[in-house]
Design a protein. Sequence first.
Length: 221
Amino acid sequence: MSRFKLVIFDCDGTLVISEESNNRAISRAAKKLGIEGYETDDCLQKFRGMNLRRIVDLIIEETGVYVDKEVFLEAIKIMSLSLMGEIKAVDNVHEVLENIDIGKCVASNGDRKCVIESLAINNILEYFGEDNIFTHGDGIKPKPDPDMFLKASEKFGVKPEESLVIEDSETGIAAARAAGMEVLGYTGTAIIEERRHNKLEAAGATKVIKDLKEILAYLEK
């Protein structure tokens, strides 16, 4: 029997391959509002793991251009939804979720509507249900604050130390550590696997994995 009672998954870059699509949406929304200098590759490097509100704040701070934040956020969401067809499931994700027989949920810094839609179109949402999708907003603070993870463990009635987190970003690793949870860093969607491995390890990942199937063996330790 596993010592864990709950597995908490990040979404973008962990369950679905969506980082490029999401950052393309940020780039296009910025251009639509007259903000230049944020190509997709630039956004990928700068904004990994951040929530949208923080990204918008950073862009406005860096450029000094006045843009209504809510208008900018809505433009990104609209662009993201228009690009949903590009988002694909991570390798082996269905097999892994099918074989996890303890509690499981999703905790993401992404927009709730976009997270749910990306999981639904890839037949992943059915393993969790909308009630077990945690995103920032509605009183939940975004990562790297541990609040999202603690809210998840509280809902499932388990202790933080009985929860295992799966993350692909330093921001998520920091949040899990602050919550007192073990965390596996995932590099299966990384552009440069070795660089991502080193960053996640340095951020404090308990272990770094390249294939989601490694989760199943870890749960049995």
